[in-house]
Design a binder for this molecule. Structure first.
Ligand code: UD1
Ligand code: UDP
Length: 389
């Protein structure tokens, strides 16, 4: 992704500007349907890429696979400790917001770019909308949980992907008139890509048999500490003795997991991160997914692929109650894999999560467009025109 300094857009009160702040891989997937739907409503927009993720396979490939427009600015903040990365995000985003003077800033998910954008906008009195509001793992050791709580406390418009979010936000004192249950834009992106998801392509590229599994691991709690990484890798290797596993490796855990023994060998293929279409093609054809990703828990639910999430908790419990996801410990992973392979995918409720229907982007766009026009908003993102219309 190129670096370029922000060039000012012309403030135009009759044609307000919406800025989307994106920085990390999952942000791109969530934003694409919102940007598309706002374009359909004629809303003036720009993407600011913070550069939190910068490798071509963590960033550029998502812009092309998802049809996202070029960013109007790339801050190139790169990697660092939480404090250093967030500090760079704060100063970079403050300049961007002062330069472009947006009417609304839209932020996504729970990454450090999201947190920084919300803080900058709150201090500059620029209104904000948070897509994926109200998810809670109730585990403050996760950096994302801290980011979620702060982001929701400071957002003006809260766009929730699942009903459980509504009660968490209410419990935290958020005014319900600011909250809209809109569905999950990550699933809109999945639906848009569905015709391009062909498991045969990655299967032949990686020389895989008909029956294989996929694993992704990048949570700090799993990959940063050598002892935890070793316990996890041992369990993953055990699974690979039952089912060949492809592991597209997130750069965060590459070295530590390799040191712990996660290297290509019998039944295990460790590869670079995959582009969005390649990754979901692989997942679509998989007999089993092992992960600690947030988005992958949701995508496997919709694709009906058994998913074992190696975490003590999830901020997405709907993927367990309405999907194929099960939480497991590293020690319990091999036996859980045996069970999942024997039983296949099953969803306890027999129903998919409500409003995960590919229409979240249009719902979000309607909420935003009505807000820009000064209209009132009812719950569920239905717009109510202002009285004067
Ligand atoms: C971030 C998010 C996490 C999200 C994940 C999605 C935060 C606090 N965490 O975690 O919630 O699940 O993105 O993938 O925002 N790196 C590269 N190339 C890149 C990007 C990162 O090599 O393009 C390496 C660097 O060594 C870096 C490390 O990955 O230090 C971690 O990157 P960072 O963005 O800080 O956090 P993630 O672990 O990616
Ligand atoms: N993803 C991808 N290639 C990969 C791994 C993941 O395209 O090699 C996609 C995945 O489909 C999902 C998104 O990246 O849409 C999730 O990103 P990640 O797991 O990094 O973040 P999280 O959802 O945990 O925040």
């Amino acid at each position: 992704m190129r670096d370029y300094a922000p060039t000012a857009t012309t403030p135009d009160p009759g044609n307000p500007l919406v800025l989307h702040v994106l920085g990390a891989r999952p942000n791109f997937v969530k934003a694409a349907p919102v940007v598309r739907a706002l374009t359909g409503l004629g809303v003036r927009q720009g993407i600011v890429h913070t550069g939190q993720h910068y490798d071509a396979l963590m960033s550029d490939v998502f812009f092309s696979d998802l049809g996202l427009p070029e960013p109007i600015a790339n801050l190139g903040v790169g990697s660092g400790s939480h404090a250093r990365q967030t500090a760079a995000l704060l100063t970079g985003l403050e300049d961007v917001v002062l330069t472009h003077r947006p009417a609304l800033v839209v932020v996504y998910g729970d990454v450090n770019s999201t947190l920084a954008a919300i803080l900058v906008c709150a201090k500059l009195h620029v209104p904000t909308a948070h897509v994926e509001a109200g998810l809670r793992s109730f585990d403050r050791e996760m950096p994302e949980e801290v980011n979620r709580i702060v982001t929701d406390a400071l957002s003006d418009i809260l766009l929730a992907t699942s009903p459980d979010a509504l009660s968490y936000l209410a419990r935290e004192g958020v005014d319900p008139s600011r909250v809209h249950l809109v569905g999950n834009p990550m699933i809109d992106s999945l639906f848009s890509a569905l015709d391009r998801l062909d498991p045969a392509a990655p299967r032949s590229r990686f020389g895989l048999p008909e029956r294989y599994g996929v694993a992704t691991l990048h949570r700090p709690a799993n990959v940063d500490d050598p002892a935890s990484a070793k316990e996890l890798v041992d369990a993953v290797i055990e699974v690979s003795r039952r089912l060949p596993l492809v592991v597209p490796i997130h750069p965060r855990g590459r070295e530590r997991l390799a040191e712990a023994g996660l290297v290509t060998g019998d039944g295990l293929l460790v590869v670079d991160p995959l582009g969005y279409v390649d990754f979901l093609s692989l997942v679509r054809g998989a007999a089993l997914v092992v992960t600690d990703s947030g988005g992958v828990q949701e995508e496997t639910t919709m694709l009906g692929v058994p998913c074992l999430t190696v975490r003590p908790n999830t901020e997405r419990p709907i993927t367990v109650t309405h999907g194929t996801n099960r939480l497991v410990t590293p020690a319990g992973l091999p036996a859980a894999a045996d069970r999942a392979l024997a039983e296949g995918a099953s969803t306890p409720s027999g129903e998919l999560p409500p409003l995960w229907d590919g229409q979240a982007g249009p719902r979000i766009a309607r909420v935003i467009a009505a807000w820009l026009q000064g209209g009132n908003l009812s719950p569920a993102g239905q717009t109510v025109p202002p009285k004067s219309l």
